[in-house]
Ligand binder design. Structure first.
Ligand code: GRF
Length: 206
């Protein structure tokens, strides 16, 4: 899909929002193809919400506790995202698993960033899992979201060498630097109409 007008993206987050920040910086660059029009957090004190306010982006805290079940919670997010005519949803440290209800509403229009080279080390604490396994190379992955855990088609990856002195913090820091490169890049490619999903593969056109 190639956009005739500026694309509209939303960020779902739960924490400090450094990936959101990186995507935002890309969006305000000359010749970018998209704007971030909405930030949603499931945590009231998420740093990412404060950042959004600072950038003048509509930001909303939606507490899962205010809904009788997760379907109702997801439906409230879906309405908000549709009201804002969001083309692409970016998960950026959103610490809540989304059900098929949400995923199918935005089929092939949800991206996520994960701090490992998928399919290695899906799920929580990927950097710790990598260190405990003893891998010499780890990294990060931007992928489309399907109904599994970190299992959708891979868009971009960047590798990072581990060092014998690395702990979870130092490895996370090294990986994060690359997250901030590949996530904005993937979002940009999508809005330029250069990503095509073919089965498990994502084909990037020139
Ligand atoms: C990142 O490490 C990302 O890979 C993972 O959650 C973390 C979010 O960090 N999914 P931030 O809130 O974007 O700084």
């Amino acid at each position: 899909m190639k956009f005739q007008k500026r694309g509209r993206t939303a960020i779902l987050l739960s924490g400090r929002g450094s990936n959101f920040k990186a995507i935002y910086k890309k969006s305000i660059k000359d010749r970018s193809w998209f704007d971030i029009v909405l930030v949603i957090s499931n945590r009231k004190n998420a740093g990412g919400l404060q950042l959004a306010r600072r950038y003048g982006i509509k930001s909303v805290f939606i507490s899962p506790r205010d809904f009788k079940n997760s379907d109702e919670y997801e439906k409230s997010m879906i309405s908000l995202l549709n009201e804002e005519r969001v083309d692409l949803v970016c998960l950026a440290g959103f610490m809540k698993i989304l059900s098929p209800l949400f995923i199918n509403e935005f089929k092939n229009r949800i991206m996520n960033i994960h701090p490992s080279l998928l399919p290695a080390f899906p799920g929580l604490n990927a950097q710790k899992q990598a260190l405990e396994y003893g891998v010499k190379v780890s990294g990060c992955t931007v992928h489309f979201v399907d109904t599994g855990i970190d299992s959708g088609p891979v868009i971009l990856q960047k590798a990072v060498l581990t060092d014998k002195n690395d702990d979870e913090e130092s490895l996370s820091e090294k990986i994060l630097k690359y997250e901030h490169e590949i996530y904005p890049e993937a979002v940009s490619l999508w809005f330029e109409g250069r990503l095509k999903i073919s089965g498990r593969k994502v084909i990037i056109s020139k």
